[in-house]
Design a protein around this ligand. Structure first.
Ligand SMILES: [Zn+2]
Length: 232
């Protein structure tokens, strides 16, 4: 993308758009179409996958970020969670912080984030969550609940005053732009995931990957992104 394309995207403003449209405009979404000539995704942790979302490529545009924040607020409102119910929004670092801030703005809530410590999320003490605050979790992308649970654990561990996580029907609520579990519908025992876009995404160990067996090449998405976007 060059600066003219970026300016064009920003000039689109906050017109009503489907979330998937925003990802396509930003070239931020790839889903394997089935051709062996097409590569598939080699993930950071070594697994192979049939889809890839680059959420940062969308949320870096303020107009799209505002729109996504508004959509999350409306989705929460549909579930009965409105401004007066939420005191604090918490997100993990790093990619989730911009959308978390945006949702907090719409809900007129405070915004805090946990921080990375290796594979963990920790409470740095950088912020103060008031005693009795009702806390809403917001993430940008959820594959499993691993990070989401670490964020909540970090907040509960280091905030001795009672805080209350927003729940619906007895499950903790996490709002996200993308939910990409291995199976849909996905029901979690302890969490209610409220997502703007849900896509079933499959991940395999390299030796068991059916796409490799078909002859498709496993490549890291970011440095090879043009190859992923080529029509095959
Ligand atoms: Zn593979």
């Amino acid at each position: 993308m060059d600066i003219e394309e970026a300016r064009h995207i920003m000039s689109l403003g906050e017109v009503s758009r489907e979330v998937k449209d925003m990802f396509e405009i930003c070239n931020a979404l790839w889903i394997y179409q089935g051709s062996p000539n097409e590569p598939h995704a080699l993930l950071t942790k070594g697994g192979h996958s049939d889809a890839y979302f680059n959420v940062n490529a969308v949320t870096q545009f303020p107009n799209f970020r505002r729109r996504l924040g508004l959509d999350i607020m409306l989705k929460l409102a549909d579930a009965g969670i409105i401004m007066k119910d939420v005191d604090v929004v918490v997100s993990s670092t790093y990619a989730a912080t911009s959308i978390g801030q945006e949702v907090a703005d719409y809900l007129d809530a405070m915004f805090v984030f946990t921080e990375k410590d290796g594979k963990d999320q920790i409470w740095s003490g950088r912020f103060e969550i008031p005693s009795g605050a009702r806390v809403l979790q917001v993430e940008e992308l959820i594959t499993t609940l691993s990070t989401t649970e670490k964020v909540r654990g970090a907040v509960l561990k280091d905030n001795s005053d009672p805080v209350e996580f927003i729940e619906k029907d007895g499950k903790v609520v996490v709002a996200t732009i993308v939910h990409r579990p291995s199976k849909l519908p996905m029901n979690y025992s302890s969490y209610e995931v409220m997502a703007l876009m849900e896509v079933e995404v499959h991940n395999w160990d390299p030796e068991e990957c059916p796409l490799c067996k078909q002859g498709s090449e496993a490549l890291k998405p970011k440095p090879n992104w043009q190859k992923f976007l080529q029509e095959t």
